[in-house]
Design a protein around this ligand. Structure first.
Ligand code: GLP
Length: 256
């Protein structure tokens, strides 16, 4: 894992650099997109590069990590709408080439299998953007998730529903109890992973992910087994890292 501790502008630039590299170097770039508030600075920087520097998403495909089960098609908090608002509609990403798991399917298991097939047919994800939950979840892989898991239905923990209630007028009961989520095995198949976290609320989960024992109790710890992970942290999210000074020295030595 490469860990970068910096102010948010620098984190956004580094996240956007990883995406830009894939967009420029691949003829058929495949992006893995996360929702939540954490990746928004990266998306804003990508939009800026699109607007001011002509960075194009026209050839890209994109896959979302997850989707709530059962939210009405027009509900603004459906992740498919969130990504449309936050990125897709602000760049030249073709909506036909952006896909999320279908949380309104009658046959949810079938929808999950089809989603795995679609990712495979696209050749797999080149760069996956991730956030992290306060309980160490990535996408919606809650504690106890199998490291081999693929896209499936996941019951959400009370903690996650409370964390996400802010998007539902503070009403925990309005947060769906289940979601479809790429599995940890699905996420681990991405070529490169960029995880971004801000704020002290994430500090314990970040400490476990980077420095803890690999355990299903902290699902993000599986990322220790991925060969190409960059962890982008602000000072608060890095607040519990024992190796923080070491990570700072390594980055300073890059000469950036
Ligand atoms: C949600 C999403 C995750 C996200 C996490 C953190 O539960 N399913 O993909 O990483 O919350 O969200 P935020 O970035 O808003 O803190």
């Amino acid at each position: 894992m490469q860990v970068v501790i910096a102010e948010v502008g620098e984190l956004a630039r580094r996240g956007a650099d990883a995406v830009e590299r894939v967009l420029r170097e691949r003829t058929d770039p495949v992006l893995g997109l996360a929702t939540g508030s954490s990746p928004l600075p990266i998306y804003d920087e990508l939009v800026r590069r699109h607007t001011e520097e002509g960075l194009s998403f026209a050839l890209a495909r994109a896959f979302l990590l997850d989707e709530y089960v059962g939210l009405p098609a027009e509900h603004p908090e459906r992740y498919r709408h969130v990504i449309e608002r936050e990125l897709e509609s602000r760049v030249d990403l073709d909506p036909e080439r952006v896909q999320g798991p279908d949380g309104l399917a009658e046959d949810l298991a079938g929808a999950c299998a089809r989603y795995e097939d679609a990712i495979a047919a696209a050749g797999g994800v080149d760069v996956q953007i991730l956030g992290i939950g306060t309980d160490g979840h990535i996408a919606f892989n809650e504690p106890g998730s199998s490291f081999a898991s693929r896209t499936r239905v996941m019951p959400l923990t009370r903690q996650t529903r409370e964390d996400n209630a802010r998007y539902f007028d503070g009403d925990v009961e309005a947060v769906p109890a289940r979601a479809l989520t790429q599995g940890l095995g699905t996420i681990m198949a991405a070529g490169q992973i960029v995880l971004i976290a801000q704020g002290s609320g994430k500090a314990e989960a970040v400490h476990q992910m980077v420095e803890g024992a690999v355990s299903a109790m902290w699902p993000a710890t599986i990322l220790q087994h991925h060969p190409d992970v960059t962890v982008l942290l602000d000072e608060d999210a890095a607040g519990k890292l024992q190796l923080a000074d070491h990570f700072r020295e390594v980055v300073a030595a890059e000469g950036r």
